[in-house]
Each structure stands twice: as structure tokens, then as C-alpha cells.
Design a protein around this ligand. Structure first.
Ligand code: HSE
Length: 400
């Protein structure tokens, strides 16, 4: 029997206990031994809950118990998760986490520490919830040079974009709806400003490059400026607006960004709707691959965490190598990225054409008193120069 501990008994942590319970027999078969939860660390008590007798309030209880081999971290945030996880690894315990903030900030260091202690630090659930993407990148797509990863990696914003698109609603109405349904947090900043997606693409890019990519270096725009009028234009163009997190091989390295994009119907991510996530990967020998599924939620995320627990149970004496060194990767400036841009302005056609040259005008039903147009393909830097010549730019959305 393998003893485990769960740190953080919130949505995901309680999901992990539930998954270990409901799939006990198949998990035991796959892990080779039964996995039982000995401790649950939380600030709160849970009277009446199946884990009520396992609750502890001091992480040192887990650190000091040599019987505990696997620790699940589902607390979220960098601290105190980092202090606790580090202590567990130093004590020779394996750790799996769903915490993207922790992995993005401290992943390289914790991977190195796990290697030094001959244990594992796993984080399948930190990107894409229940979708397997970390293990495929680390273990399966190892024959390829990954040239692009583009994902819809935030379920909250994808739900909101889908709802705005289907019902023609304004951003604030859709945010309220998402909060009522429990898809958006009371403080939705991390999702709607793109910070959550930014950490996720930083993790994926670090894995692809084998070096530390600092999320602070990734140009990030959220969805807060997307309006019902933008959606009308998108519909007129037969496109959908999605928050994409992308990372591409470029001359001199990798370039990454998070921003809303206008996707044509032919784009592999066009039909990814609601709270679903999908990650598109292009390898130089593989070609295209897509990973699609539930990117958040209690049981899907717990499924990914428990898959790590099972993997660890099968490798209790082996450190599975993860290529992610702490050497910082300097990203190529996103301003070198080339796109077409959809622009809305109150300027006259003459001014638009003087600034951008040849453009394609777009009209949207019910939107008046402004011009909408698509530019030619140009770099971000060139777009900025052209846009600076217009007195008013109401909106700019990149075209994928
Ligand atoms: N807030 C995140 C999302 C949760 O909406 O995708 C999963 O990381």
C-alpha cells in the first residue's frame, strides 16, 4: 500500500480524494499497489466529510512521516505552496501539483530538486486541466522540434467568448453569467486579463525549449476590451474571437504571446467552444496534433493529478527526466510577429489608406459611425507605426 497526502482540500483536492475512491480498483491495478490518502492538509476542518479524520493543519506532520511517499499539492498560488512542496521534495517525497502559478514560477528549481533527491515533481494538471499535454510533450513528442504550440487554455474566457458570440451579449453581462455559473471567480482578473493563460503558455514553452521562460516576458492581452460590436464584425467575417496563448519558433528562438485572435472556420481551434480547452501542436516531423478536452473542473483536473500519482507509484525509485533547466530563455520580441489586423476607427477612409495603404473594409449589421478594416500582413512593430497615424483606434484584434 502506498500512502499519499493531499495539500489543499478545495475543488481539485477533494476531487483527487474522490477519484482515488471511485476508481480504486482500476487505479490499484495500474499503480501496482493500492494508494491511500493518509493526510489532508487544510486550514479548515471538514466535519462529516469522508476525510475528516485525516485532516492536519501543519505541513510538518506530512514532512516528518516517512510512510507518506506521494504528496498532492492542490492549494494554488506560489506561497505557501512553494515552501511546502520544497520541504516535501527535500524529505524525499514525490510531488504532483495542479498549481500553474507554482510551476510557472518555480518549475525548473523544483524539477532540479526532485532529480537531486531521486523523486519526481509532476504537473500534468497545471495546463489544460484534464487534457494530457505535459506528459505527451515530455515523453511522446520527443522526436520532434516543436515549431508551434497554440492553445485555448483558459475555460472561463472561452466560455465567455462563446456566450458573447452566440447571444450577442456585452462583456459585463457575460462575466456576471460566468460568475453565477461558477466558471469565473469573484475576482476574475487572472482569467479575463490573460494572466492564467500566460502562465500556462510559459510552462509549455519552457518544456518545449528545455529552458526557463519567465511569464513576465510574455506579451499578454486579455478579453476585457472585447465588445458586442467586435463580435458582430467577427460574424460578418465568418470568424470567431478566441483568447489564444501561442508560442512559435522564430528566427533566433521562440516568441510567445497571449491575446484575442479572430479565427477563420478552417482554423483547428475555431470549434473549441464553451469551457473546453484545446492545444494545437506542430512538430517538424509529426506535423499537426491537437489535444482537446475539459480544461478545468473538479473531476477532470483531479483525473490529471491522479494520472501523475499512478505514474509516480510506478516509478517510486526512479526520477523521470524532465528537460527544463533554470537557464533563462530570452524570448524573441513579439513585435517581430507578423499578422493581419482587424481595426476599428472613427477616422475617414482617406486617413486609413494613408496610414495603412491597401485595406479590406468590413461592415457589421447595426454598427455605424465608424470604419472596420483588415490590414495586409505586417509585423506588430509596423502595425504600431501605421496605427499611430490614426487619431482614434477603437479596437485592434489580430487575425489568425
Ligand atoms: N480558471 C482556469 C480556467 C481554471 O478557466 O481555465 C483552470 O486552470
Amino acid at each position: 500500500m502506498i500512502k499519499a497526502a493531499i495539500m489543499g482540500y478545495g475543488t481539485v483536492g477533494s476531487g483527487v480524494a474522490e477519484v482515488l475512491d471511485i476508481n480504486r480498483s482500476s487505479i490499484t491495478k495500474r499503480a501496482g499497489e493500492e494508494i491511500t490518502v493518509k493526510y489532508v492538509l487544510d486550514l479548515r476542518d471538514f466535519p462529516g466529510d469522508p476525510v475528516q479524520d485525516k485532516i492536519v493543519h501543519d505541513y510538518q506532520t506530512i514532512v516528518n512521516d516517512p510512510e507518506v511517499k506521494i504528496v498532492v499539492e492542490t492549494m494554488g498560488g506560489v506561497e505557501p505552496a512553494y515552501t511546502f512542496v520544497k520541504a516535501m521534495l527535500e524529505a524525499g517525497k514525490h510531488v504532483t501539483t495542479s498549481n500553474k502559478a507554482l510551476v510557472a514560477a518555480k518549475g525548473a528549481e523544483l524539477i532540479a530538486l526532485a532529480k537531486e533527491k531521486n523523486v519526481n515533481f509532476m504537473f500534468e494538471a497545471s495546463v489544460g486541466g484534464g487534457i494530457p499535454i505535459i506528459r505527451p510533450l515530455n515523453s511522446s513528442l520527443t522526436a520532434d522540434e516543436i515549431e508551434e504550440i497554440t492553445g485555448i487554455v483558459n475555460g472561463t474566457t472561452n466560455y465567455m467568448m462563446t456566450k458573447m458570440s452566440e447571444e450577442g451579449l456585452e462583456f459585463d453581462e457575460v462575466l456576471r453569467d460566468a460568475q453565477e455559473k461558477g466558471y469565473a471567480e469573484k475576482d476574475p482578473t487572472a482569467d479575463i486579463e490573460g494572466y492564467d493563460a500566460c502562465r500556462k503558455i510559459a510552462i509549455l514553452t519552457s518544456l518545449v525549449c528545455g529552458q526557463q521562460v519567465d511569464f513576465e516576458d510574455i506579451h499578454t492581452e486579455g478579453i476585457t476590451r472585447i465588445s458586442a460590436a467586435d463580435i458582430k464584425y467577427a460574424r460578418a467575417m465568418g470568424r470567431a474571437i478566441k483568447l489564444l496563448a501561442c508560442s512559435k519558433k522564430a528566427e533566433g528562438g521562440y516568441v510567445a504571446m497571449v491575446a484575442p485572435f479572430l479565427l477563420p472556420q478552417t482554423h483547428p481551434l475555431y470549434s473549441v467552444s464553451g469551457v473546453f480547452n484545446a492545444i494545437f501542436v506542430h512538430g517538424n516531423v509529426l506535423g499537426d496534433a491537437m489535444f482537446y478536452g475539459s480544461g478545468a473542473g473538479k473531476l477532470p483536473t483531479a483525473s490529471a493529478v491522479v494520472s501523475d500519482v499512478v505514474d509516480i507509484a510506478k516509478h517510486l525509485d526512479v526520477n523521470i527526466a524532465v528537460e527544463w533547466s533554470s537557464r533563462k530563455l530570452e524570448l524573441v520580441d513579439y513585435k517581430s510577429l507578423k499578422n493581419r489586423y482587424f481595426v476599428r476607427t472613427t477616422a475617414e477612409k482617406a486617413a486609413v489608406e494613408q496610414a495603412f495603404g491597401s485595406v479590406e473594409y468590413v461592415t457589421a449589421e447595426g454598427v455605424t459611425g465608424e470604419l472596420g478594416f483588415l490590414t495586409e500582413c505586417m509585423s506588430e512593430a509596423d502595425y504600431e507605426k501605421c496605427a499611430a497615424q490614426l487619431d482614434v483606434v477603437l479596437q485592434m484584434i489580430r487575425v489568425a
